[in-house]
Design a protein around this ligand. Structure first.
Ligand code: FES
Length: 98
């Protein structure tokens, strides 16, 4: 049985299927969609993306990710792609919103 989850990256509408637990960043790499990163540890905020669909299907943000998003003034519609893990699909991500 194929349990991979669907992720769509906007604005290019690029679709990819990943295993549950993959980060948004690793899904973007699999899709060939560029997300600019820095620390890849949830601290710098360089890779913030907007979640258009499926926010409930993502892992709960850990303290360092939550703190970084708060410091940046981003609300609950945003996640750090290096830190947010995709548990259930479909998830639609906008990579140029920030
Ligand atoms: S790359 Fe620094 S927070 Fe994700």
């Amino acid at each position: 049985m194929d349990d991979r989850v669907e992720v769509v990256f906007e604005p290019s509408a690029t679709r990819v299927f990943v295993s549950p637990g993959a980060t948004i960043l690793s899904a973007s790499e699999a899709a060939g969609v560029e997300i600019v990163t820095g620390c890849t540890a949830g601290m710098c905020g360089t890779d913030a993306v907007a979640i258009l669909v499926g926010e409930a299907g993502l892992s709960v943000p850990e303290e360092h990710e939550r703190g970084t998003l708060e410091r940046m003034g981003l609300d609950s519609g945003f996640r750090l792609s290096c830190s947010a893990r995709i548990l259930r699909g479909p998830v639609h991500v906008r990579v140029d919103a920030f």
